[in-house]
Design a protein. Structure first.
Ligand code: OSB
Ligand code: MG
Length: 370
């Protein structure tokens, strides 16, 4: 019988080329967790759990993920040959901890692909051959630096610009950018920096023809967002608030958003991402794939998520060499045409995992065998 006989976890730290500043803090070096499952027939699956180091975006952190994966999730996969769906069902009694679960589920998708001799793209029944990408720009103090960067990204082919905003970087910033780039496909992401008390600021932002405003209010809120959506014409896009299919269903029913930024890592499941895709189709809600500056393995899975039918806006998929000194996969993620990334259609991850880079950047390691 085919079964997982070895489960490994690598906590790695990758040097980044720039500091990404948001309303919740700064991302400098990127810590992330690589999961590796080995079957008794030699097949290997890799996944990535990429919480931030601190619980500032969601509740999970690198530390909580290591604990949950090693103590609760490895024992469930070890000695078995679970499909991604079976893994989701078998771990549904563990509340939350979605980013931790995601690393293992991805490794199981990669294993599934090899056992079925079918690419992940085909397992997802994706019809696209490439995904469009946009650029996410962190908080910057200099208006001219920001405008230069936007101009550079437009020239490189990025199809949409997302600017992080915070109470000290909002209306003036957007006013200036709009003046300089009247026709730019532009959106903002507040990472929960506002409340309904700031309605005047949010109504002011509503005047700048923004594609959407992402997560303006509480990280776990849908009620206030529904109250806000009826007062502004800019579509609200939820990120932090939507951590599952059920959250998406309730937010849609309440009218809390018109768009959802689906990060499969935040939902904690590519399987559940497929269910949200169906829900969106039925309710005429548009999706797009966000990112969390993950390393190459999670980023590869972001490409597969972005290939689903209801993902209608450009994705936040960082190109490997823009963010990391050295990524953990090859070929590195790059544009095949201006503003487009090709969707791999190969068996397995679709990229080669460079284990020597993982080992070189490793700061902690756990292993369980059966
Ligand atoms: O809110 O979308 C977010 C990065 C880390 C955590 C949260 C967010 C982000 C980004 C990065 O916006 C966008 C990207 O990866 O391209
Ligand atoms: Mg966001």
């Amino acid at each position: 019988m085919i079964k997982v006989v070895k489960a490994e976890l690598f906590h790695i730290r990758l040097a980044t080329k720039f500091v990404f500043k948001t309303s919740f803090g700064e991302i400098k070096n990127r810590d992330t967790i690589i999961v590796k499952l080995t079957l008794n027939n030699g097949i290997v699956g890799y996944g990535e759990s990429a919480p931030l180091s601190e619980p500032v975006y969601l509740e999970e952190s690198i530390g909580t993920c290591k604990h949950i994966i090693n103590d609760f999730l490895f024992p469930i996969v070890l000695g078995n040959n679970l499909t991604p769906k079976e893994f989701v069902e078998k771990t549904s009694h563990f509340r939350g901890n979605r980013i931790a679960k995601y690393g293992i589920e991805c490794a199981l998708w990669m294993i599934r692909s090899q056992l079925k001799s079918k690419s992940i793209k085909k397992l997802l029944n994706s019809k696209r051959t490439s995904v469009c990408i946009g650029e996410s720009i962190g908080l910057l103090d200099s208006q001219s630096e920001r405008n230069e960067l936007i101009k550079k990204r437009i020239n490189q082919g990025y199809k949409r610009i997302k600017l992080k905003i915070s109470p000290d970087h909002d209306v003036e910033v957007i006013k200036n950018v709009r003046k300089t780039f009247p026709n730019l496909s532009l959106m903002v992401d507040a990472n929960s920096a506002y409340s309904l008390k700031d309605i005047d600021v949010l109504k002011e932002l509503d005047k700048y023809n923004l594609l959407m405003i992402e997560q303006p209010l509480g990280f776990d809120d849908i009620i206030d967002h529904a109250k806000l959506q009826v007062q502004i014409k800019t579509p609200i896009c939820l990120d932090e608030s939507i951590v599952s299919y059920e959250h998406a269903r309730k937010a849609i029913e309440l009218g809390a958003c018109k768009i959802i930024n689906v990060k499969p890592g935040r939902i904690g499941s590519l399987y559940e991402t497929i269910r949200i895709n169906k829900l969106a189709k039925k309710n005429n809600i548009k999706l797009w794939c966000g990112g969390m500056l993950e390393a190459g393995i999670a980023n590869a899975f972001n490409i597969y998520a972005a290939s689903l039918s209801e993902f209608k806006y450009p994705a936040d998929i960082f190109l490997s060499n823009k963010i990391f000194e050295q990524d953990i996969i090859s070929p590195i993620i790059d544009m095949k045409a201006k503003g487009e990334i090709e969707i791999p259609d190969k068996i397995g991850l679709g990229f080669k995992v460079n284990e020597e880079v993982i080992i070189k950047n490793k700061i902690d390691y756990m292993i369980v065998t059966s």
